[in-house]
Write a protein that binds this ligand. Structure first.
Ligand code: HEM
Length: 385
């Protein structure tokens, strides 16, 4: 509730006077993201990405662009179109969205809101943009459309809270998923083998898959949703994605002690109402689980002989009752975005603007909230293939 107020600026009336918000609207999002319900949205994301990438601007030959800007902006265009429909100009609030995203985790970690004027201003502009969207004819995806209906008809939210709700639905998606794709590109471009082996593995599995389809002349690239739904064997790609999540995620799963008599956990005596925080990053960097190189990025780690205990301790999406409901969608998003980008663009690091073997390291930003943010910039020259 406190986050709802401080991070998103829901009114007290919405948070405390509309049980439908927490009892119906938020659970509806969880259900919409269940594997059996989300495939339409995945397909829509693939289509929107395919459209967005055709006209996506690349730097002039010889000049370079921040890889972070490039990837996040493309993801925003495609994901925004899939969520809010093709007629909404999501590009128009990109800068404000970044201002919001930069501040939201600080406010969630109790940084005083009045000391974050840029965050507040950006958030207000994003909300206003969503209100304009809602006031005009629009074609949202089923999930957003149903949320809007429930918010108007069941929760009877005020107009401003409607805009806040739509913004807060977009946030869990944009807060981490595109950053996962970005991190994979950064880490591999900073390694000598680059992205070539992943691309080769994808193409081999894609060709094998196409050969089993009714029309084998149709390339797997024109049906990535179907390809990934078939759960192809992609040990290197999957291992690299897992390693990105292990290496860059930093989430706190918070739980309260409920029984009146307290509880005993791992030998510790806990009182009723005590708060427990599972700090996944400490577990992911535990040498006893992941070996002496636990603090290094090793894309092949998950292809080796990791113990069952280590695999079971891998918790980028948290666990238990509030485990991330978007994790299945996130997995498709990352695979489709990366495969499409790798087949559309060649990236070459601009060694003048990003010198040294590892110009980008991990910052402490977004601590506790999913994936940490990069420290430093990777500038890249981009060529359309
Ligand atoms: C790489 C991407 C993502 C990461 C690392 C991530 C991480 C997390 C974590 C750590 C939690 C808290 C789990 C806990 O309390 O134990 C969480 C919760 C949640 N996530 Fe994600 N997430 C990602 C993508 C997504 C996406 C794509 C969506 C939806 C579109 C989403 C929606 C949610 C929701 C609704 C919750 C709250 C679940 C509940 O309280 O029942 N997440 N996420």
């Amino acid at each position: 509730m406190e986050w709802g107020k401080n991070c998103f600026s829901f009114s007290d009336k919405a948070l405390f006077g509309s049980p439908a918000l927490t009892a119906e609207i938020f659970p509806h999002m969880d259900r919409s993201m269940a594997p059996m319900n989300m495939m339409g949205l995945v397909e829509s994301f693939e289509r929107c990405l395919s459209n967005a990438i055709k006209t996506f601007p690349i730097p002039q030959p010889g000049s370079s662009v921040s890889l972070q800007d490039f990837v996040l902006r493309l993801a925003h265009r495609a994901t925004g179109a899939a969520y809010f429909g093709p007629t909404f100009d999501v590009e128009s609030f990109w800068e404000d969205w970044q201002g919001f995203d930069d501040g939201v985790w600080k406010v969630a970690l109790a940084y005083p809101v009045p000391l974050c004027p840029h965050f507040v201003k950006s958030r207000e502009k994003v909300i206003q943009r969503f209100l304009e969207y809602l006031d005009n004819p629009h074609e949202p995806c089923d999930m957003i459309g149903e949320q809007e209906r429930m918010a108007r008809d069941v929760a009877k939210l005020d107009r401003r809270d409607l805009g806040v709700l739509i913004m807060s639905s977009y946030w869990p998606l944009m807060a981490n998923v595109p950053w996962g794709s970005l991190w994979l590109l950064i880490n591999q471009l900073q390694r000598s083998e680059g992205l070539g082996p992943i691309l080769a593995e994808l193409d081999a599995a894609g060709e094998a898959w196409s050969a089993t389809q009714p029309d084998p002349t149709i390339a797997y690239l024109s049906n990535l949703t179907g390809f990934f739904q078939s759960q192809p064997q992609l040990p290197l790609f999957q291992s690299t994605i897992n390693e990105v999540l292990r290496f860059t995620s930093d989430s706190y799963s918070m739980r309260g002690v409920v029984p009146d008599e307290g509880a005993i956990l791992g030998g510790y005596k806990l009182k009723k109402n005590d708060t427990l925080i599972m700090s996944t990053r400490s577990v992911h960097f535990d040498e006893a689980l992941f070996g002496p190189d636990a603090k290094q990025f090793n894309p092949k780690r998950w292809m080796g002989s990791l113990s069952e205990e280590a695999k079971g301790s891998f918790r980028p999406y948290g666990g238990g009752v509030s485990m991330c409901s978007g994790r299945h969608f996130a997995s498709y998003h990352v695979k489709i975005l990366l495969t499409t980008m790798l087949h559309t663009f060649r990236f070459e690091v601009d060694k003048v603007k990003s010198p040294g073997p590892s110009p980008v390291t991990i910052s402490s930003e977004n601590r506790g909230f999913g994936l940490r943010r990069p420290q430093g910039e990777l500038f890249v020259k981009v060529k359309r293939i």
